[in-house]
Design a protein around this ligand. Sequence first.
Ligand code: CP
Length: 311
Amino acid sequence: RKHLLSIDDVSADDAVTLFATAAEMHDVQSRQVKKLPALRGRTIINLFFEDSTRTRSSFEIAGKWLSADTINIAAKGSSASKGESLRDTVLTIAAMGVDALVMRHPASGAALQVSQWIDAAVINAGDGTHEHPTQALLDAYTLQRRLGGPGSLEGKRIAIVGDLTHSRVFRSNVLLLTKLGASVTVVAPPTLMPSGVGSWSREAGFATSYDLDEVLPTADAVMMLRVQRERMTGGYFPSAREYTVGYGLTRDRLRLLGPDVPICHPGPMNRGLEIAADAADAAQSAVLEQVSAGVAIRMAILYHLLAGDEA
Ligand code: CP
């Protein structure tokens, strides 16, 4: 398979294979092995039109630990800021001879569009409010490790809570976790529940709720998502206080969760808004494990997309 644009590109068997490869990458991550030669001679460009800490740096580390040459281009420092079109930008980069383009863009569908313009493998590192497939893979991998190893997501009750309207992480996660057999309930205030979620949830097999206090006591894992103020233009959205009272994982709500229930957040976190410091820093928090898993999963993705190709 050439591209990773959506979780629709990843079957349950593909995910199992990626998780097994990611597990093998931990020897590199723990620095017992310094580097693997698998992608020697390959060039990977990280092209980011939106800010990123975790995704961009973990793709860079993943590429380097597989011996690829990795280069970062941020839109702010590129000729895109002088008005160059997306098509001209990616054709220019492709003309230099790259093997993979890891791209984040504010427009939904941008990665798919770019994959139709260039020959290099395209990896979607987040496109608007559409999808963030590598985040979903690292989240599912983290949860699988926490909940008992391979196959352990089957039947587990996972709550995904937050600003679902603006969340590409929610879209990719609900697709992948249901594919892996989890029983997913998504929770949001009515104004941040995506339109059309009713028919989508019936088709995809997940539940929706407006009542976080009802969902938390039976959850096997909880994933809190960021309130994306920067994407809230027009319409009614709850104030920060309203949001925290109704949907924040506060110190009080933490008591509704079992002590071993993993608490996930893809980051960056709004501490004190969707997640209290007591929850983010709790022993059961998996937030930094997610970051660590992000490197292993992205190594696995790059390996499976690029290692078999001719250099
Ligand atoms: N979770 C995530 O995508 O984080 P970054 O925006 O820091 O890459």
